[in-house]
Design a protein around this ligand. Structure first.
Ligand code: ADE
Length: 225
């Protein structure tokens, strides 16, 4: 998979890709991540990428020309399955969107800034708009990092233990069950006996029950489907 991220703040975005699972995925060649500084596509002395709103109103708007130049250049080099715009008014990121996106070959992620982009950018290029939650961030960069993390860990081979992503919360619209490790007893708090039974059928059944119970208590909305 190849991910091209267009941003005015590449520095803000780089560090999540330089540690742990994402770093290893890149080093193993399972994913390529490329950063494009929008300012490199701006013309004029100030390399400006934004301007005031037509019709008045507070806040600057990202102009179409530099974004067009950057996306058009990338599109000449390869086909993109999705061009995603990070924005608080997009559809909310969930595990299903992460799963779908992890199956794509090439994607572009455009990070908004200031008030956002000129509507014509959305009309001309964007195939999917994603929000990471009902709150407003200063820009799309942190959202793009969240999206990339949720997607990259699902690419086959990225997680050491292939089953590990399959047992995450949300994979079956259920939250993950409680988990335990050593010691067997701490300060009078014991690990449930069933986990020592060696009976994998029983253990699986217990985990499913616990996952269901936790989901019902904390996220009953997930059980509606
Ligand atoms: N840009 C600003 N706020 C955002 C959000 N909540 N999700 C994605 N991108 C954003």
């Amino acid at each position: 998979m190849r991910i091209d991220i267009i941003t005015v703040l590449p520095e803000l975005l780089k560090s999540p890709f330089e540690a742990s699972i994402l770093k290893r995925a890149i080093e193993a060649g399972l994913v390529e991540v490329h950063f494009h500084n929008l300012r490199d596509y701006a013309t004029g002395g100030y390399k400006s990428v934004d301007d005031t709103q037509f019709g008045g109103g507070a806040g600057m708007v990202m102009t179409i020309a530099p974004i067009d130049k950057c996306i058009s250049k990338l599109q000449k080099e390869r086909h993109y399955d999705d061009i995603i715009y990070m924005t608080p008014d997009g559809e909310q990121l969930n595990q299903s969107i992460a799963n779908q996106t992890s199956l794509k070959e090439n994607i572009i992620i455009l990070c908004g800034h200031y008030k956002g982009v000129d509507q014509r950018v959305r009309d001309k290029f964007i195939t999917r708009e994603i929000s990471i939650g009902d709150y407003v961030l200063s820009g799309g960069e942190l959202g793009a990092a969240v999206l990339c993390d949720s997607v990259i860990r699902l690419i086959p081979g990225v997680l050491g233990n292939e089953t590990s992503a399959l047992t995450d919360s949300f994979q079956d619209n259920l939250l993950a069950p409680p988990i335990y490790t050593k010691p067997r007893e701490y300060d009078g708090m014991k690990v449930p006996e069933v986990l020592f039974s060696g009976n994998f059928g029983e253990i699986e059944k217990w985990r499913e029950e616990q996952a269901y119970k936790r989901t019902k208590e904390r996220r009953p909305d997930l059980l509606k489907d």
